[in-house]
Design a protein. Structure first.
Length: 433
């Protein structure tokens, strides 16, 4: 069995390698191929990965490649964790928003759009090459942000490739809720069934239930969360909002619910989040280059993306071993939420086995949430088509639809700036001159 990681020079890779090493008995990888267009990063990260593997008696072969077709050949699973334009492009996305008085963030608003326009054509190219040289039943597991948008693009423009989008938000939320459950007398033992009830789009979900061995303990958790919020001087969420919804929004909804606060925080940049991560990555790569290092360092937790390897390897294991496990993923609605279009990619619980991804039937979100979700979904659908076609009018409409987009009379200015800033990464978009 061959697993290929496109973006193998990422600082996330050692965590993924650790996850594969821990699961090697149930998920017997024969070859792990790390592919990256940056040979220097690939050498550092790949060298560290090889030392990690050697520390565990080399259960699988690790190969490095800067050639996509070589890396994809005969692959059974392809994990995409790439960043087109690297971290400097993320920094540009963030400051593009700040420049125009908008939220500057890499997965939503104008920054999210820029990243999607750069990324979608590259992911679709990878999917196309997979169909040529990977094994016929190969899976594409996408961790690249914006994950929901990328998965939507794959579903529409590469339907012949079995793909799924993953994110670490759900597992982190579930771990937080389980900690609250335990601290209030709840008991979780190995082998217990735990399932998070969450629904929405990637980075736009609302958590609304937690099942422990089939029992929904959500009301107990909500009571504890509300008590804590009411005691805090500056709570993360307004208690009244949480009480009325009966749900916990994921972290990224703060950009929509508390936009003024976010803009005020941005006014103190630098450093932006990208600039913080650039410093973290510089330190991590220095540690990875240490020939004595054989385990991921503690500083990796500063990078973000905690438990990514857990999510990714759980999915691989569930598919390979036909486990029929339930995980929160990004996949086609396919009738799970009857009131919503079947061709929307949603983030929701799904049963995972060798035969595919089967989203669990679930109730739609209330109107107070659906209105926002529908607007952002319209943005996503328009952005996907714009990324593939290079159509400026579609891109304009996408920004017009997004709740965090610029005022209508500023869209053309912002869009021109976005395209020119990313000119080398947007070959589909012709110059206006």
């Amino acid at each position: 069995m061959k697993v290929t990681v496109v973006g193998g020079g990422s600082t996330y890779t050692p965590e993924l390698v650790k996850g594969l090493l821990e699961r090697v008995r149930s998920f017997p990888v024969r070859e792990l191929c790390l592919m990256d267009i940056d040979p220097q990063r690939l050498k550092i990260v790949g060298g560290f990965a090889s030392r990690m593997s050697a520390e565990h008696d080399d259960p699988f072969e690790i190969n490095l490649s800067t050639d996509l077709l070589t890396a994809l050949k005969d692959s059974d699973y392809v994990i995409t964790q790439l960043r087109v334009g690297q971290m400097s492009a993320r920094r540009s996305d963030e400051y593009l928003g700040q420049k125009y008085g908008l939220v500057g963030q890499e997965t939503t608003g104008v920054g999210g759009m820029a990243k999607a326009l750069r990324t979608i054509p590259v992911i679709l190219e990878i999917a196309g090459e997979m169909q040529k040289v990977a094994n016929p039943d190969a899976w594409l597991i996408n961790f690249t942000n914006p994950s929901g948008l990328v998965t939507q693009a794959l579903a529409k423009y590469a339907p012949g490739v079995k793909s799924i989008g993953v994110c670490n938000v759900a597992i982190n939320a579930m771990n937080d809720f389980l900690e609250i459950y335990r601290s209030n007398g709840g008991v979780i033992t190995p082998g217990d069934s735990v399932q998070l009830d969450t629904l929405g789009l990637n980075h736009l979900t609302w958590h609304r239930g937690l099942l422990v061995n089939g029992e929904n303990v959500w009301q107990k958790i909500m009571k504890c969360i509300l008590e804590k919020l009411r005691q805090e001087e500056e709570p993360e969420w307004d208690p009244a909002t949480i009480e009325v919804l009966g749900m916990i929004p994921n972290y990224y909804l703060r950009y929509y619910y508390y936009t003024d606060k976010v803009l005020a925080e941005q006014s103190h940049w630098p450093p932006s989040r990208a600039e913080e991560v650039m410093q973290v990555e510089e330190g991590l790569l220095k540690q990875y280059a240490d020939p004595t290092l054989v385990e991921p360092p503690a500083d990796l937790m500063l990078r973000g993306g905690a438990y990514y390897s857990t999510v990714a390897t759980q999915l691989l294991n569930a598919i390979h071993n036909d486990l029929d496990e339930v995980h929160v993923v990004n996949t086609l609605n396919a009738g799970a939420v009857k009131a919503w279009p079947q061709d929307w990619v949603l983030e929701l619980p799904a049963r995972i086995n060798r035969h595919g991804i089967h989203p669990l039937p679930t109730e739609a979100l209330p109107p107070a949430c659906f209105g926002l979700l529908a607007a952002v979904k319209s943005f996503e659908l328009l952005t996907v088509d714009a990324a593939v076609s290079g159509d400026r009018k579609l891109a304009y409409q996408a920004l017009l639809a997004h709740p965090l987009g610029p005022p209508a009379d500023k869209i053309e200015l912002v869009l021109d700036d976005l395209i020119e800033t990313n000119r080398s990464f947007l070959p589909n978009f012709r110059s206006r001159t």
